[in-house]
Write a protein that binds this ligand. Sequence first.
Ligand code: HEM
Length: 188
Amino acid sequence: MLGVIPVGLFLTQHLVVNHFATGGEESFNNAAHFMEQLPFRYFLEVFIIFLPLLFHAIYGLYIAFTAKNNIGQYGYFRNWMFMLQRVSGVVTLIFVAWHVWETRIAAAFGAAVNFQMMETILSNPFMLWFYLIGIISTTFHFANGLWSFFVSWGITVTPRSQVISTYITIGVFVALSIVGVRAILAFV
Ligand code: HEM
């Protein structure tokens, strides 16, 4: 729930804003500047981003390491997805921790957040791969988390609705990955 609503909305918004980078340096800087001067910025950051993300990360690690596999209840595919959900959760956590450190925390210590910042980070080939893997891991984790969210909130109860939901969430995964990867490549 906390993963899907605030964190998922933040992720979608964040990738869409970053996508302005495909329109060039000025386009990205204007978009980033617009986000920075939103009213109640710190309130939004704390309550829509940091606290939900922190809670989701801590609680997520707890369920990832205590949940039981339910082989038999779902098919082979779903067991794979269940495993990949944990793996992508851990990869995403490592990525986001590092990413926030070198962007938002750096900004708090006075670094200028702009196109050049991302260009410098991504000029390192290792970092470029780290970001590409980090983005795809995040969009997978979100889309597959959305599938489970629909089940656990009683929205997709029948096997048929769960199959339809699989196609829809695959669509979410592909669409968000394209937006995220295009944004990254715009800085290279
Ligand atoms: C296209 C790839 C991405 C780019 C270019 C990018 C860029 C940035 C930049 C420049 C900031 C600093 C914002 C500021 O201080 O004003 C930031 C913050 C942040 N990013 Fe990303 N990011 C990307 C992907 C992601 C992904 C996949 C996540 C996963 C959830 C993520 C999570 C965050 C978080 C939590 C913050 C701190 C939020 C804030 O307080 O503004 N980012 N990002």
